[in-house]
Design a protein around this ligand. Structure first.
Ligand SMILES: Nc1ncnc2c1ncn2[C@@H]1O[C@H](COP(=O)(O)OP(=O)(O)OP(=O)(O)O)[C@@H](O)[C@H]1O
Length: 608
C-alpha cells in the first residue's frame, strides 16, 4: 500500500519508507518520486545534484546522458516543456475567443469567458488553501461547472477527482476518504447525498470543504455553503495558473465503474491526458468547431478525455443534465449537434425510443464502454447516426483502440457493415500496441479470429498507477504490458474483437463460450430490449449459459422462453444456446450503465 502524501505533487506515489519524509531535502523527494515511477529517471536519481528542482531535472538528466554518449543535446528547457491539455484553453481563448464554448438552457459562454472564469476559479481554489497535488472532488452532472472544473482544478495545481453522482452515500464516503479529498464541488441536486457521505467519514478524517453549485432558480440552502459563482467572481482573472513542473504529475484521479469489483483509483498524468485528448480527436476525425452534445457523463473517465480535447478544436459543449432519449433528441435538434458519445446502452435507448425518426442531419456518435451488439449498430445507422466504435478502460484514460473504418467496407450490406463495426479494432495512431496473448506463455495468439486470449495494451496514455495500491498496479502492469482482464481474439486482418471479460467467460463442457456472441444474437430478436448472458453452475457441464432478457414495452405479443431458445438454435451452435431464459422488467446496471453480471450470476445460481 502506498501511504499517500498528496500535499506536494511529487510525493503522491511514495513508497512506505516515507516515515522520515519531511526531513528529506526537496531534491531527494524528487529523486525518489522520479525513480519510483519512471525508469528513465533512475540515472538522474543516482547522479544529479541535490539542489535541483524537478524542471531542471530533465535538462540535467540529458546533460548527464549526453556526456556519456557524446551526442548533441536532444532535450532542453526549450523542447522538454511539460505536456498538458490545460494549454488548449489558453489557445481556444485566442483562436475561438468570441465563439460559443458552453451552452446550457439559458446560459452560454464564449471561449474567452470560459478561459477567464477558469483562471478566476483556479485562483480561488488556491486562496482556499488547496496545495499543489491535493485532491479536489466534483459531484455533478454534465452542467457548465463540470466543463470548467476540468480546467480550473488542475490549473490550481490540484488533482481533479470526478465522482459518479449515482453512487450511494457510503461509496462516495469511501472515495472521499481514500482520495483524501480536501474540497468537494457539489451540484445542488447531490447536496444531501454528499452531506450524508461526509457525515459517514470516520471521526479522525478531516472533513472536506463543500462548494455548492446551485441551480439558476433554486436558492434554498445556499446560505449554508460557499457558492460556486462567488469563487468565480472573487477570483483573479489574470491568475498565473499552476503549470505542471513535470508532465508526469497527476492531473486526474478517476475511480473505475466497479463492474467487477470495488472501484479502483486510477491516476493519470498531464502527459497521458494530453496524448489521449489529441489522439482521440485525430482518430475520430473531429473537425474544428463541432457542436458536441454531452450525453456521456463527464464523471466517466473525464468523458473519455473529451472534456479537455474539445477545447483544442473550439467546440461548443452542449451540456445536458438529464440523459434520456427525449432530452437527447431535443438537444440534437435545437443545437444542431454534430458529435456525441455514448455507451451502447445509450445507442440502444435511442434506437428503441418510440418517437425516434430519421435525423435531419447526420450525427457522429462514438460508442464504447461495453460491446455494442451488431443489430443495435445497424438500427442506429439507419436512423442517421454515423457510429464509430472504440475500446478503452478507465486505466487507459479513454479510447485507445478503435474500429478504423475502411472505405471499401461501405460497399457491404448493412448487416455485414454492422458485424465489422462491432469489432473493437486496432490501436489508435498515437497509442502504441494492442495484442491478445496466451495467459501461460505470454505469446500472441493465432490471428484466426477464434483463439481467445487476454487483451494487453501499451502506450503513453496508460495510467500511472492505482492510488495507494502498489500490488494492484504491478498485477496489471508487468512484462511491458497493461493487462486488461478482457478476453478477445485477433482476426486475420489484425482487428481485435472483445469476447468477454475474463470473469464473464462461460466454460461449458470444457469449451470457452463468449457471452457477448450469444447476446449479439439475442439483440437481433425484434422483441428484445436488453439482454445479458451469464454462467449457471451445472453438475454435468460445469456451467451452462443462462440468458436474462428484458422485452420492449411496446410489443403486442411477447415471446415465450421456448421461442427465444428456438430463435437461438437456428443461429448458434447448440452448446451456446441458453439453457434457461429469464425474463426481467429491467436488468441491474452500474451507475455508468453497464449490466452487473455478477448480480445476475448470483440469481442464476439461485435458480438451480
Ligand atoms: N468497445 C468495447 N467493447 C467491449 N467492452 C468494452 C468496450 N469498451 C470498454 N469495454 C469494457 O469496459 C471495461 C472498462 O470499463 P471501466 O474502466 O469503466 O470500468 P469497469 O471495468 O466497468 O469497472 P471495474 O474495473 O471496477 O470492474 C473494459 O475492461 C471492457 O470490459
Amino acid at each position: 500500500m502506498y501511504p499517500l502524501k498528496l500535499r506536494a505533487t511529487n510525493q503522491w506515489l511514495l513508497s512506505s519508507s516515507s516515515a522520515g519524509f519531511h526531513e528529506k531535502p526537496a531534491i531527494s523527494r524528487n529523486k525518489t518520486w522520479l525513480s519510483n515511477n519512471f525508469p528513465f529517471a533512475k540515472n538522474f536519481a543516482r547522479k544529479s545534484h541535490s539542489s535541483l528542482s524537478i524542471s531542471n531535472a530533465l535538462t540535467s538528466l540529458d546533460f548527464v546522458e549526453n556526456q556519456q554518449t557524446e551526442k548533441i543535446s536532444s532535450r532542453s528547457a526549450a523542447n522538454a516543456c511539460a505536456l498538458t491539455p490545460l494549454g488548449f484553453l489558453e489557445r481556444a481563448a485566442i483562436v475561438y475567443g468570441d465563439c460559443p464554448s458552453i451552452v446550457y438552457n439559458d446560459t452560454s459562454y464564449t471561449w474567452s469567458e470560459t478561459h477567464t472564469r477558469c483562471l478566476r476559479l483556479a485562483s480561488s481554489i488556491v486562496s482556499l488553501g488547496i496545495q499543489r497535488g491535493e485532491v479536489v472532488s466534483v459531484v455533478a452532472p454534465n452542467v457548465p461547472a463540470m466543463c470548467e472544473l476540468h480546467f480550473a482544478i488542475p490549473m490550481s495545481g490540484a488533482i481533479l477527482n470526478t465522482i459518479n453522482l449515482r453512487l450511494d452515500a457510503r461509496t462516495i464516503s469511501l472515495l472521499l476518504q481514500h482520495s483524501e479529498s480536501k474540497l468537494v464541488f457539489v451540484d445542488h441536486q447531490s447536496r444531501s447525498l454528499v452531506l450524508e457521505a461526509i457525515s459517514m467519514l470516520p471521526l479522525n478524517c478531516k472533513r472536506p470543504t463543500l462548494i455548492l453549485i446551485p441551480d439558476d432558480h433554486d436558492h434554498e440552502n445556499e446560505h449554508d455553503h460557499i457558492l460556486y459563482e462567488k469563487l468565480v467572481e472573487e477570483g483573479e482573472p489574470g491568475f498565473d495558473w499552476v503549470r505542471p513542473e513535470s508532465e508526469w504529475e497527476p492531473i486526474t484521479l478517476n475511480y473505475t465503474s466497479g463492474t467487477t469489483s470495488s472501484p479502483k483509483g486510477v491516476v493519470h498524468s498531464h502527459r497521458g491526458a494530453f496524448l489521449l485528448a489529441l489522439d482521440s480527436l485525430f482518430d475520430w476525425s473531429v473537425p474544428k468547431q463541432p457542436v458536441y452534445l454531452w450525453s456521456l457523463p463527464m464523471f466517466h473517465a473525464n468523458g473519455w478525455g473529451y472534456a479537455w480535447a474539445l477545447a483544442a478544436v473550439g467546440a461548443t459543449n452542449v451540456c445536458l443534465r438529464r440523459i434520456d432519449a427525449p432530452s437527447i433528441y431535443e438537444a440534437i435538434h435545437r443545437y444542431e449537434v454534430t458529435h456525441m458519445c455514448g455507451a451502447p446502452v445509450v445507442l440502444n435507448m435511442l434506437t428503441n425510443y418510440s418517437d425516434s425518426k430519421k435525423l435531419e442531419s447526420p450525427v457522429h456518435i462514438m460508442t464504447a464502454g461495453a460491446p455494442p451488439p451488431a443489430p443495435v449498430l445497424d438500427r442506429a445507422e439507419s436512423l442517421g447516426f454515423i457510429v464509430s466504435h472504440g475500446y478503452g478502460l478507465t486505466e487507459t484514460g479513454g479510447l485507445v483502440v478503435s474500429c478504423a473504418w475502411k472505405r471499401q467496407w461501405n460497399e457491404l450490406s448493412a448487416a455485414e457493415r454492422a458485424r465489422l463495426k462491432a469489432r473493437q479494432g486496432v490501436s489508435i495512431v498515437g497509442f502504441s500496441e494492442v495484442d491478445v496473448i496466451e495467459p501461460e506463455s505470454g505469446k500472441s495468439v493465432k490471428r484466426d479470429g477464434s483463439t481467445m486470449g487476454e487483451i494487453v495494451l501499451r502506450g503513453g496514455t496508460i495510467m500511472v498507477g492505482y492510488l495507494k495500491d502498489r500490488e494492484g498496479t504491478s498485477k496489471c502492469m508487468r512484462n511491458g504490458w497493461f493487462y486488461t482482464g478482457d478476453i478477445g481474439v485477433m482476426h486475420p486482418d489484425g482487428y481485435l474483437e472483445v469476447k468477454d471479460r475474463s470473469k464473464d467467460v462461460i466454460i461449458t463442457g470444457g469449451e470457452n463460450l463468449s457471452s457477448v456472441e450469444v447476446e449479439s444474437v439475442l439483440y437481433s430478436h425484434p422483441a428484445v430490449n436488453e439482454v445479458a448472458v451469464v454462467a449457471r453452475p451445472d453438475k454435468f457441464w460445469g456451467e451452462t449459459p443462462c440468458a436474462f432478457v428484458s422485452l420492449k414495452e411496446q410489443m403486442k405479443e411477447t415471446p415465450t422462453e421456448k421461442e427465444i431458445r428456438e430463435f437461438c438454435k437456428t443461429r448458434l451452435p447448440l452448446y451456446m444456446v441458453p439453457r434457461l431464459v429469464v425474463f426481467k422488467k429491467e436488468l441491474p446496471k452500474t451507475s455508468t450503465g453497464k449490466i452487473q453480471k455478477f448480480l445476475l450470476r448470483e440469481m442464476a445460481k439461485a435458480l438451480i
